[in-house]
Design a protein around this ligand. Structure first.
Ligand code: AMP
Ligand code: MG
Length: 348
């Protein structure tokens, strides 16, 4: 063999070796990329904001849209709803206007929907959920975190009770009339509705978007983690710190809401007075210290959790199963009760 030929053979061998090496690298890269796409290649983007007097965390991944754009739209929607339904300090809110009108008022479709939904839950829960407690809530100072909290006199509570109660709210399609001077306060349901709307917007921008919204422990799922794993959600220990939990549930879809006496309260002589009122007495409800509800939509879980908090472990709460919801109640003695079907969510 000529010297030049041998050189050519060596060169060819080196080229072949390099080609093999490169193909191995490409195959390897291909596998890594494929694995990533099969688990959702886009990373989760998180954002925190302060809405409805609570920390709201939005977590979104999307392969179709910039998650930041989706989150912008979601937060804007939640803030729109917050200000629209604020009952006390926003003169341009529809609820403020209703509360200060002695005549029937024609409202927009969304407002009529949310008031009607509230009244549906009042009837379903024998009045435990009551959207017409505005006078009482203001009297107790739970209208805003900045309002001075005070223990009202019994006669003041009786007075405010007379101007409270869902039976005084009349809705005829889009016409709303508040009788006996009652004030609406949709604080027990509006946050759930707002989060559902935000999730709807995320889905409209990318039907395959995944993630969740956590509004102070009330959570709605956009889609399962990486498109396939359930999100692990801790249920807060009502007598522990913000990080202490009493249980865990796994959700790939749907929503979960918890009402607790630790969210907003003040103490007088060792007694805790909190923000969820028993519509029958006008005082903070005492039958539970925490109530959790899982449902398809957060609007439903939110209203039902507030109602379950008032009712405690009651046959009406056991009946939530009939409308597709599950509940867990912790009573004042620390006993835990669960509807049949709740435990299915406790397994991964
Ligand atoms: P949540 O944290 O969802 O249980 O809602 C509590 C909020 O709902 C309170 O801050 C009030 O604005 C309002 N609220 C208080 N008591 C009731 C009740 N019995 N039914 C409906 N809403 C209530
Ligand atoms: Mg609620």
């Amino acid at each position: 063999m000529r010297k030049a030929d041998r050189k050519d053979v060596l060169k060819n061998r080196r080229v072949i070796q390099s080609l093999i090496f490169l193909s191995v690298i490409f195959v390897f890269l291909g596998i890594v990329l494929w694995r990533n796409t099969s688990r959702g290649s886009t990373a989760y983007v998180e954002r925190d904001d302060f809405i409805f007097g609570t920390l709201v965390r939005v977590v979104v991944a999307s392969e179709k849209q910039d998650p930041e754009t989706i989150i912008d739209a979601m937060i804007q929607e939640m803030k729109r709803i917050e200000s629209k339904f604020h009952p006390y300090h926003n003169g341009s809110s529809v609820i403020f206007k209703l509360n200060h009108s002695s005549k029937a008022m024609t409202v927009d479709e969304e407002t009529a929907f949310l008031i009607s939904k509230s009244l549906y839950y009042s009837k379903l829960t024998a009045g435990a959920f009551d959207p017409a407690l505005g006078r009482l809530i203001k009297l107790w100072g739970f209208d805003s975190p900045d309002t001075e909290k005070k223990l009202p006199k019994p006669e003041e509570i009786q007075e405010a009770l007379k101007a409270s109660g869902y039976r005084n709210v009349k809705v005829n399609v889009k016409e709303v009339l508040l009788e006996n001077g009652v004030w609406l306060d949709l604080g027990g349901i509006a946050k759930g509705y707002a989060v559902d709307q935000a999730v709807r917007i995320a889905k409209r921008m990318d039907e395959n978007a995944t993630g969740f919204v956590d509004a102070g422990g009330d959570i709605a799922i956009i889609g399962p983690k990486f498109g396939q794993y359930p999100w692990k959600i801790g249920i807060r220990d009502p007598r522990g710190g913000p990080q202490d939990i009493v249980g865990v549930v796994y959700l790939s879809e749907g929503a979960i809401a918890t009402s607790g006496d630790y969210e907003r309260y003040f103490e007088v002589e060792g007694i805790r007075y909190h923000h969820i009122l028993d519509p029958q007495t006008g005082y903070p409800a005492r039958k539970a210290i925490s109530a959790t509800v899982i449902a398809k939509k957060l609007v439903d879980a939110d209203a039902l959790a507030t109602a379950a908090f008032v009712l405690g472990w009651h046959k009406i709460v056991e009946g939530f199963v009939g409308i597709g919801a599950q509940a867990m109640i912790i009573d004042a003695e620390g006993n835990t009760f669960k509807t049949r079907g709740f435990s299915a969510y406790e397994k991964e």
